[in-house]
Ligand binder design. Structure first.
Ligand code: GLN
Length: 447
């Protein structure tokens, strides 16, 4: 598959032909189920779009039954920015329902397969975007990351996934899961493409009140020769599988070979991240999902009266995982438990942020696993708690609002890809991409 950098140089005629071929390739592999819909109209470079990002006049479902048939009335800001740069939304990619999950199994529209081996999940929630890029069915894709949903599927599928600093990319037109954590980001074949796509979608947007007023770009200044001070986390990786530990060792060796300075640091026990995240995320999700009442959006099941219509619509429209989180979110926000859970989670969130700030006082980047192992098999994560616990390496980055990039390092025992992430200080995307480019060159991962 050609890279985004190469595709940006194609003529309109070449792109037209390319898109026709790509569409046929996708239609020849329906079992992968990476795309929910494909449309090769428009004359820009085709980009796959996670199905929670609005493209005007195109259906947007967030992987949910409740939004089946809903047509987006306007473009997300990222889509308008893409259009200005000559990029066209080409397909809607499958995802966990409302981005809640780590496997893409909770989509109402069926599971997406991992292109490396169809017994394994592609990761989630941006599993469709990751599978499309990994299978050679997309040049690049957009995903969204609330607690790892770009970086973890990127790692499971052997591609690059980047979560920007909170506020760098506008959330206008992104279906909200947990508004204080959500960020849209690039999922690409390599680090340079991720930087190019990041530059295109980032920048200030007055339509998003949390958007930062910064417009600096990174891709023209990429420099893999900078020598950086990189922290590794010997205690933190103890909970990871042998595959991850081996990849971690390899990455450390290669970073040293590239001339970077390696220092040891520690993070607090990840059990605090899990608790703080699942309280914060479900509380915000409960509020964000209240709007799906059958009156204003998507599917309606008409009941005996207005209240019954709400109940029937929501009972039929939401899947089990979404309902579980609405229950949990309402519980932690309820008056008797608000102080004990929600307020405590916000205090914990500050402590998590502070620990990173301390580390970043004298280091440039942190090297960390993104998931405790390679992709699990379908059905392997048997109960919801196992799935929540598997987020231990990804979610503190969102709680602290930091930028992070996951890139492929090697393959595990069973041949499935292993990725690791680099984390940078807030707004230091340049160093993140520079370090990632250096590691990518040094590792020279083969698909
Ligand atoms: N797995 C996490 C969750 O289910 C992360 C999801 C995400 O980043 N959207 O909440």
């Amino acid at each position: 598959m050609i890279t985004l950098k190469e595709a940006l140089k194609l003529s309109k005629d070449e792109l037209k032909k390319f898109k026709e071929d790509l569409k046929s390739k996708i239609e020849a592999k329906p079992e992968l189920n990476a795309y929910l819909d494909v449309n090769n109209a428009g004359d820009g470079v085709p980009i796959a779009i996670k199905d929670n990002i609005q493209v005007q006049d195109w259906s947007v479902t967030s992987g949910s039954n409740i939004l089946q048939g809903y047509i987006a009335p306007y473009n997300a800001t990222v889509i308008n920015k893409m259009a200005k740069a000559g990029l066209t939304p080409f397909g809607r990619t499958n995802m966990d329902e409302f981005a809640m999950g780590s496997t893409t199994e909770s989509s109402f529209y069926g599971k997406t397969l991992n292109p490396h081996n169809s017994d394994y999940v592609p990761g989630g929630s941006s599993g469709g975007s990751a599978a499309a890029v990994a299978a050679g069915l997309a040049i690049a894709a957009l995903g969204s990351d609330t607690g790892g949903s770009i970086r973890q599927p990127a790692s499971f599928c052997g591609i690059v996934g980047m979560k920007p600093t909170y506020g760098r990319v506008s959330r206008y037109g992104l279906g909200a899961y947990a508004s204080s954590l959500d960020q849209i980001g690039p999922m690409t074949q390599n680090v340079e493409d991720a930087a190019i796509l990041y530059d295109i979608i980032s920048g200030h947007d007055e339509k998003d009140s949390t958007s930062v007023n910064m417009n600096d770009k990174v891709s023209d200044k990429l420099d893999a020769t900078r020598k950086l001070k990189i922290a590794v986390l010997p205690k933190h990786i103890e909970n990871a599988s042998e595959d991850i530990k081996k990849a971690y060792e390899l990455a450390i060796t290669e970073l040293k070979n590239a001339g970077h300075e390696i220092v040891e640091r520690e993070l607090m026990d990840a059990k605090f991240d899990i608790s703080a995240y699942y309280i914060t995320a479900t509380a915000e999700a409960t509020t964000n999902l209240a709007r799906y009442d059958g009156i204003r959006y998507g599917n309606r099941v008409t009941g005996t009266n207005l209240e019954d219509t709400f109940i029937q619509t929501r009972s039929n429209g939401f899947g089990d995982e979404v309902k579980r989180r609405i229950l949990l979110g309402n519980f932690v926000l309820s008056s008797g438990y608000y102080e004990a859970y929600y307020v405590k989670a916000q205090k914990t969130r500050h402590i998590i942020k502070d620990q990173y700030a301390k580390i970043f006082k004298d280091v440039d980047l942190i090297l960390s696993p993104i998931a405790p192992g390679t992709a699990p098999k379908f059905g392997e994560l048997k109960n919801p708690m196992d799935m929540y616990l598997s987020d231990l390496y990804s979610i503190s980055v969102n709680l602290a609002g930091l930028p992070a990039l996951s890139l492929p390092i090697n393959k595990g025992e069973n041949g499935m890809p292993v990725g690791l992430q680099l984390i940078a200080k807030a707004y230091d995307e340049q160093t993140l991409f520079d370090g990632a480019l250096s590691l990518e060159k040094q590792i020279n991962y083969t698909k």
